[in-house]
Design a protein around this ligand. Structure first.
Ligand code: ZN
Length: 353
């Protein structure tokens, strides 16, 4: 697409410090996140940097790297050394010290949390009471707004401005139909791979092909709470079978999606190798959103970055390296990172399904 040729991007290599391509891959995605980089490269962040926070140095080193990458962008004869930032990451998260491969989603979470902490704006008193007895009677949009404003009073930064969205989960008592709602902020969505696609390493027909939308569909699918998971209904005054449903209520500016390629219930940590096809432009989130959402008209996302693990089939599934695609860079600021990760250590063999 022509936009990819005309829109400047921070296209410059990062040196591999020894199995750190999982880190480089995540950094490439983050540094190419337009609203985040605008904030760092224009030095806006320094006015908000909280130097008494333990992660201020992490923020500063991230900012230096982002500036270096944007300054050097397009120079194919050089690469940038991210060792200062790597040192800060290892200092605060021992699991990332050393030079082995790690889970890229875990690192992305750590980085966003660290940037959030170092750039947090002054906390305010939450404007709405948490023990509001009439909460359940209020309109859904009003419930969501109050929970959102309370959250932002305590967690306000450029990071929440860009990456934070809100989920609504609704539990309905199967007996009396009483509904109760709760609202949770999210920085990324971890999507399950539907059962019918699990165990498929390659698709053979389009019927077997798993699409990203199938994973989103599964994410918002209704779940029956029964047996040990029965729900205490305050109207029936006892545990009852209930239906739980989760929907997106507020869209972030930049959406991070993560595919759950490991089955938590399985003790062997076997990886789900099913191919998942995702659109590079115009992913519609509206079908997975609550009908009361204020963001239904701004819920189309274009892909600009993806990180996934390369594996070599002939090499017994051994780790080969992370790849990173700066697939599309649109004029709009709403973008999407699709992040597909797995945990590997060095060149240890992974178990295949
Ligand atoms: Zn009930």
């Amino acid at each position: 697409m022509c936009q990819t040729q005309t829109t400047p991007r921070a296209l410059v290599g990062l040196s591999n410090l020894g199995n750190t391509c999982f880190m480089n891959s995540v950094l490439q995605c983050l540094v190419n996140t337009a609203p985040l980089s605008a904030y760092f490269v224009a030095d806006e962040y320094s006015g908000e940097l909280n130097r008494s926070s333990k992660s201020w140095q992490l923020v500063d080193d991230y900012a230096s790297l982002a500036k270096d990458m944007w300054r050097t962008a397009g120079n194919t004869h050089t690469s940038i050394n991210p060792s200062a930032l790597k040192m800060q990451i290892s200092r605060w998260a021992r699991q990332f010290s050393g030079y082995e491969q790690h889970d890229s989603q875990e690192l992305l979470r750590f980085l966003l949390d660290g940037l959030q902490e170092g750039l947090m704006r002054p906390k305010r008193e939450p404007p709405w009471p948490y023990d509001d007895k009439d909460f359940e009677k209020r309109a859904i949009a009003e419930q969501s707004r109050r929970m959102w404003e309370n959250y932002l009073a305590r967690n306000n930064s450029q990071i929440t401005d860009i990456f934070c969205g809100q989920l609504r989960s609704r539990v309905t008592c199967a007996t009396c139909k009483r509904e109760s709602n709760c609202y949770d902020p999210f920085m990324d969505l971890s999507l399950p791979i539907p059962k019918k696609f699990q165990g498929l390493s390659k698709w053979r027909s389009s019927a077997q092909e798993c699409k990203l939308q199938d994973c989103l569909e599964q994410f918002v699918d209704e779940e029956k709470l029964e047996g040990n998971e029965m729900y205490y209904c305050s109207r029936c005054k006892k545990h009852q079978v209930a239906i739980k449903e989760m929907k997106i209520f507020r869209c972030p500016l930049v959406l991070v999606l993560h595919l759950k390629r490991f089955d938590k219930r399985s003790s062997s940590r076997s990886k789900l190798n099913a191919s998942v096809r995702f659109p590079t432009a115009s992913l519609e989130l509206a079908p997975y959103m609550s009908s009361d959402s204020p963001d239904l008209s701004t819920s189309t996302f274009d892909l600009y970055g993806e990180t996934s693990l390369y594996e070599n089939e002939e090499d017994d599934g051994r780790f080969q390296g992370f790849r990173n695609i700066q697939a599309l860079w649109t004029e709009g600021i709403i973008s999407l990172i699709v992040e597909i990760s797995m945990t590997v250590c060095g060149t240890a063999s992974t178990t295949r399904t």
